[in-house]
Design a protein around this ligand. Structure first.
Ligand code: SF4
Ligand code: SF4
Length: 424
């Protein structure tokens, strides 16, 4: 089926978009479809990816025609539950590819992280159907690159809403988060003309909890040896988490987990039993940023967990459904989101504890800390964490990179050497 008319109606750059889809499809073919012994359940993800700019976008457009709103966002602090509670649709905006960077650099300094540049690049190059479909894009005051970027991004998109976020886990910080959730809830009610009720919010929490429980189940299964699923496929699941219909996603990931349980029972897996097991930790890896996991797994190691926002940092905690009123349920949401240990917080000791816990839970042999160039929060934390993890006998490799493929050879050499080190 051709979606060209839909993309043209969304104001996209058709020629450049066709080229992007070709590159994506070639990359997917090479990195994902050549993996050995993939679970059959990954066919669902293959289909979702093949239709990521097609069928799913059509669903959004159809929903809009039926009166629903689409809310795009960049950060795991934006509460999907409030969006669902007004019957709107939440979509993550990927920002994982080096597109439109020259255009983005007309607005941003060259030494801005690739994630922020990519958000401008996708918009300026007319390449993201999710951005074009969004009735509102929600930004957040987290790191400086994003915060200052939004001051210009607001003039490029039709509707930008910026959420303020605390930087310290203090009493005042928690109050700010709560005030911002209340302000966002009121904004969503105005945008959609629908009221958040205790029933609609409870149901939304149930849907999002179910989705998070499915990926938590997947995470637990990866503790098995041999690993029943690759890190590359698991990362993809954590990325698609943000765009797919939540109920369909939950159902299919649970089915995949059923299959993995059978594999584990049979001792079947995607890597050798003695393959080095690596935890990846750091900046979010948005679609289609698969560079580091692909190198790790092509070199004989297996990734057993992602301490990333496109991974456990984004999905780890469930919201306890406490209370019978909307304010009580918003309090419950605040409790859940307050636990996110993003590097924009200072101090951020909880995150180091999370990394150590994941190493133990998934029996990782080493940690690869991934930082995007020019990302100060994660790069600075990686230096701090390296000392403490190594002191605990956990080997660490710090990688700083961007979205280009120019450093692939150099990265492969360093990652290979790290794998050799942890094998000893
Ligand atoms: S790293 Fe921090 S700012 Fe970035 S998506 Fe995660 S929580 Fe949000
Ligand atoms: S990767 Fe770092 S610099 Fe880039 S948006 Fe995230 S926190 Fe900010």
């Amino acid at each position: 089926m051709s979606y060209h008319k839909m993309w043209a109606d969304l104001g996209m750059n058709l020629e450049a978009h066709d080229q992007l889809l070709q590159v994506l499809s070639d990359g997917y073919q090479k990195q994902f479809l050549t993996q050995k012994n993939r679970p059959a359940g990954m066919q669902y993800l293959d289909f979702v990816v093949s239709e990521i700019h097609g069928l799913r976008v059509k669903e959004l457009v159809d929903a809009q025609q039926a009166g629903r709103k689409v809310v795009g966002s960049f950060c795991v602090f934006v509460p999907e539950e409030l969006i669902l509670a007004v019957d709107a649709i939440s979509v993550g905006l990927c920002t994982g590819a080096e597109v439109g960077f020259e255009l983005a650099e007309q607005y941003l300094p060259r030494n801005t992280c690739a994630l922020v540049k990519s958000s401008f690049g996708f918009k300026l190059a007319g390449l993201c159907p999710y951005m074009e479909t969004s009735d509102v894009i929600v930004g957040e005051n987290t790191c400086d690159g994003k915060k200052k970027g939004y001051e210009q991004f607001k003039d490029l998109v039709k509707n930008l809403y910026v959420m303020d976020l605390p930087q310290m886990k203090s009493v005042a910080g928690k109050e700010l988060l709560k005030a911002e959730f209340i302000r966002f809830a009121a904004y969503l009610e105005k945008l959609t003309g629908k009221k958040i009720t205790a029933a609609s919010l409870k149901e939304a929490i149930r849907v999002v909890n179910a989705k998070r429980s499915a990926v938590a189940r997947l995470a637990r299964l990866r503790a098995a040896s041999p690993a029943p699923i690759s890190g590359l496929d698991s990362l993809l699941i954590n990325q698609i988490f943000f765009n797919e219909n939540p109920e369909r996603f939950t159902e299919n990931i649970n089915k995949l987990c059923d299959e993995l349980e059978v594999r584990i029972e049979k001792g079947d897996g995607v890597a050798l039993k003695d393959a080095p097991r690596i935890l990846v930790s750091g900046c979010p890896m948005a679609v289609p940023n698969w560079k580091i996991p692909a190198i790790i797994e092509q070199n004989g190691a297996v990734i057993v967990g992602e301490e990333l926002c496109t991974g456990e940092r984004g999905a780890r905690w469930l919201t306890e459904i406490k209370g019978t009123t909307v304010p009580e349920l918003i309090d419950a949401l605040v409790e859940r989101y307050w636990q996110i240990d993003c590097a924009v917080f200072t101090p951020n000791e909880d995150r180091l504890a999370s990394v150590k816990k994941m190493v133990a839970d998934y029996q990782a042999d080493g940690v690869l800390q991934y930082s995007l160039q020019f990302c100060q929060p994660y790069t600075i934390e990686s230096g701090l964490f390296e000392k403490q993890l190594e002191a605990n006998g956990i080997p660490v490799l710090n990688i700083e990179t961007d979205y280009s493929m120019e450093d692939m050879g150099q990265l492969a050499t360093r990652i290979e050497a790290f794998i050799e080190r942890i094998k000893q």
